[in-house]
Write a protein that binds this ligand. Structure first.
Ligand SMILES: Cc1cc2nc3c(=O)[nH]c(=O)nc-3n(C[C@H](O)[C@H](O)[C@H](O)COP(=O)(O)OP(=O)(O)OC[C@H]3O[C@@H](n4cnc5c(N)ncnc54)[C@H](O)[C@@H]3O)c2cc1C
Length: 387
């Protein structure tokens, strides 16, 4: 079976790996001209950790953790008012977990498939037509080809979803926050800490990237826009939204590179993840936002489960239904949990910021580990011991 995967990110590459392992023939088209650069840190545990273990890449990931020992929430003077310690994190997770750069994971996934799977970089879909027996696609260079199935693993703003299921607005739950992230030089003598500083309507986060002398800046701000600013206006938007902010924010802005990642914070909520010979995977159908800290894990779990279902007897319709039945309720539960936190992530008023500081102080305690564990739903969705 020849299966086209649109998107060579976490979901797409994991799916390619498992389809190949199960005897199918995946072809990946990835919009960027090369493996992506830059990136942001991710927490990695549960289902993602299990899938990475089964792929044999976990040692490589474990060897490149982010040098972060604690997450600090700062007051206006830059002093920590609450701290998520490794001991508390252990109690919440009750299982292996690592913090990584997203690119570390993508590189490992790419290396796991590059010798066995055809990957076409710098390519995107422009048209999709389905018939009884095939999916006929047109690429952005005008080339046409037929595949047995198509999987859209092309992220939150999925092109496949747009072409087959309709416009993003029908499925996006916009959360009123945009985020920007970029690497900066460590001119502060930064320690092994991830620090969060919040003012009404904006938040600055800084942590080490793992590259010597380099940090990552993450800036979040409230807005009702449903699209990120175009690349050429991004710096201007940040400068306006973060003007006058305390802590080290002015120097974070000074360090902004010419081009950087910026996006809306949104969840993708869909009643069905497949139509005919086309299915969606990862953020394309189930984005939960960074607040869930499980987008990567669920993207990998979904890809694993989809490949498993497709390898069984019974045809693609049964496989797609099985995949959706196993994954959609798990994703929906995590989306509901993340929504509670996402809505209060960047308070808009001084009173809201004070309440957030107080709540983080109360909740970052051992006594609340079980609550946090339940709230996030950190367990793996994969059956134990199975491959
Ligand atoms: C700041 C931030 C922090 C996060 N923190 C965490 C965390 O702590 N833990 C966690 O698990 N998750 C986290 N996430 C979420 C996680 O990054 C995503 O859920 C995950 O990357 C989804 O994987 P994906 O493969 O579905 O999509 P993506 O990683 O977005 O990959 C999609 C791929 O498709 C490609 N593509 C896009 N359009 C096209 C097209 N038209 N044609 C071909 N290719 C295309 C893209 O270039 C990309 O390679 C975070 C996200 C952000 C933004």
């Amino acid at each position: 079976m020849r299966i086209l995967i649109s998107g060579g990110g976490v979901a797409g590459l994991t799916l390619a790996y498992w389809l190949r392992r199960r005897g199918m023939e995946p072809v990946v088209v990835e919009r960027s001209p090369h493996g992506r650069l830059g990136g942001y840190g991710i927490d990695f545990f549960g289902s993602g950790y299990d899938v990475a273990t089964r792929m044999g890449i976990i040692d490589r990931l474990e060897a490149r953790p982010l040098p972060v020992d604690s997450v600090d929430f700062l007051d206006a003077a830059g002093r920590p008012t609450a701290r998520l310690t490794p001991a508390l994190l252990d109690r919440i997770m009750r299982g292996p977990h690592i913090a990584l750069m997203h690119t570390t994971l993508e590189e490992a996934l790419l290396d796991a498939v590059r010798d066995d799977v055809e990957i076409r970089f710098g390519r995107s879909l422009s048209e999709v037509r389905q018939s009884e027996s095939a999916v006929d696609v047109t690429f952005d260079d005008g080339g046409r080809e037929s595949f047995d199935l198509l999987v859209g693993a092309d992220g939150i703003h999925s092109r496949t979803r747009e072409l087959v299921f309709g416009a993003e607005a029908a499925y996006a739950r916009y959360l009123g926050v945009h985020l920007a992230s970029y690497p900066i030089k460590d001119r502060y003598g930064w320690g092994r800490v991830r620090a969060h500083y919040t003012e009404p309507g904006r938040q600055a986060v800084v942590y080490p990237s793992g590259e010597p002398g380099q940090l990552v800046a993450l800036l979040l701000f409230t807005t009702q826009d449903t699209r990120p600013a175009p690349r050429e206006r991004r710096f201007e938007v940040l400068r306006d939204r973060f003007a006058g902010m305390g802590w080290i924010t002015p120097s974070l802005l000074e360090e902004a590179p010419e081009s950087f990642f910026m996006d809306v914070m949104a969840q993708i909520v869909m009643p069905a993840w497949h139509r005919g010979r086309v299915a969606l995977a990862g953020d394309a159908c189930g984005c939960m936002t960074m607040v869930s800290a499980q987008g990567v894990s669920m993207a990998m779990a979904g890809a694993y489960v989809l490949a498993e279902e497709l390898s069984r007897e019974g045809g693609h319709e049964r496989a797609f239904r099985g995949y959706q039945a196993r994954m959609l309720p798990e994703v929906a539960r995590r989306q509901r949990n993340a929504l509670v936190f996402a809505r209060s992530l960047v308070p808009e008023t001084p009173a809201g910021v004070r309440t957030q500081r107080l709540l983080s102080k109360v909740i970052m305690r051992n006594a609340f580990a079980a609550v946090l564990r339940r709230q996030f739903g950190v367990d793996s969705v994969l059956p134990r011991g199975e491959e």
